[in-house]
Design a protein around this ligand. Structure first.
Ligand SMILES: [Zn+2]
Ligand SMILES: [Zn+2]
Length: 389
């Protein structure tokens, strides 16, 4: 089956919405203009209900099918927020706000789901209720969690939920999906080591905090190489390392380092946390320093439910033959994970072609992906809640 003809007709219109969002990026929960536009458009499409302010600035549209006696309710989710990056694309619709940019393609996700909402509200060719969910603050603000805490699932009776992210490097018109873990958990740690500062020429009268901290940093790399099963995937990265000395002739008194841990399952996530603490505390103790370790749990692993992944794959295959059903998981995180913790569902990658990577200042969403993404969103509704002949 080719891509729905209606989306071919709507492509210019949806592209226009996408480029408007692109020119007006907003961060975290401050997506007021975007959310306002989304709500206004959903009303214009004739959605049965449009609710704003869920999860602070999230927007939800309710579209009832031609029949609703199946009692089924399926959710579709897109994210609306941008990133604190200076855009370097040179596009004529580039960001009008310095320091803010749609560098993760959420402008495209929002536009594709709006396209699907318009189509679904026009055709209503399903038996049940479609819930379109537009969330703020995917980029670090856990807007997905905020919407769940605001009762998203219960309030609208959502039984299953589906989401999508564009994938640079995957050809346009291709989909990638896998059952189980698709994106990683993301946790942060901070380690503050306190030794005994002093004169660089008299190390025996000091506890060299920089050396202790350096030893900890190196030893942290043994977590992945020596503690984690080599067939599993875990990342431990120290991204920040600061001593409180700026001089070559001073032994630092205190050193701070901070890093991130990514895993694809809760067992390794717990193991990594335990080992970060043990390595930091044991190494500091062995060298006569004291240490404080703080751990901040971030987004959980994004886990696709097996059965829902099969449904999502089937719909993708009805759009194109180019569906990779065992795509490699990736180590960035995604807060759709919170929604998948509450309801079964699946997350799918849609090809963005040969573009710069997400979060790069030269990244741009590929508008050619729109018919594929919109078709998949609305296809999930029609396939999961078919109208009986
Ligand atoms: Zn991102
Ligand atoms: Zn993203």
């Amino acid at each position: 089956m080719p891509i729905k003809n209606r989306y071919a007709e709507m492509l210019d219109e949806i592209t226009g919405w996408r480029r408007d969002f692109h020119a007006h990026p907003e961060l975290l929960f401050e997506v007021h203009r975007t959310a306002g536009k989304v709500a206004e458009m959903l009303r214009g499409f004739g959605c049965d209900e449009v609710v704003e302010g869920i999860g602070r600035t999230g927007v939800v549209g309710v579209i009832r099918g031609r029949a609703t006696d199946s009692g089924r309710v399926i959710g579709l989710r897109a994210d609306m927020d941008a990133l604190p990056i200076n855009e370097a694309t040179g596009l004529d619709y580039a960001s009008e706000t310095p320091g803010q940019m749609h560098a993760c393609g959420h402008d495209g996700h929002t536009a594709m789901l709006l396209g699907a909402a318009k189509y679904l509200a026009e055709t209503r060719n399903f038996n049940g209720t479609a819930i379109v969910v537009f969330q703020p603050a995917e980029e670090g603000g856990a807007g997905g969690l905020e919407m769940c805490r605001d009762g998203l699932m219960e309030r609208f009776g959502i039984e299953e939920i589906y989401g999508m992210h564009n994938a640079p490097g995957l050809p346009v018109g291709h989909f990638g999906i896998r059952p189980g873990a698709l994106l990683a958990s993301s946790d942060e740690f901070e380690i503050v080591v306190t030794g005994k500062g002093g004169h660089a020429a008299e190390p025996h009268k000091s506890v060299d905090t920089t050396l202790v901290a350096a030893q900890i940093l190196i030893s942290l790399q043994t977590i992945v190489s020596r503690n984690i099963d080599p067939l599993h995937r875990v990342v431990v990265t120290v991204g920040a390392f600061q001593t409180d000395s700026e001089a070559s002739n001073i032994i630092a008194h205190q050193v701070r380092m901070a890093g991130t841990v990514r895993t694809l399952d809760s067992e390794n996530r717990a193991l990594a946390e335990k080992r970060v603490r043990e390595v930091a505390e044991g190494t500091a103790a062995a060298m006569g320093a004291s240490v404080e370790v703080s751990w901040e749990s971030g987004y959980p692993v994004t886990v696709n439910a097996a059965q829902n992944t099969a449904y999502a794959e089937e719909v993708a295959r009805s759009i194109t033959a180019d569906v990779i059903d065992n795509v490699d998981p990736i180590m960035p995180a995604e807060d759709f994970s919170y929604m998948l913790e509450e309801r079964p569902g699946a997350y799918i990658f849609v090809g963005n072609g040969d573009s710069a990577a997400c979060h790069h200042p030269a990244y741009n969403f590929n508008d050619e992906a729109i018919p594929f993404g919109s078709s998949w969103y609305s296809g999930m509704i029609e396939a999961r809640m078919p109208v009986e002949e």
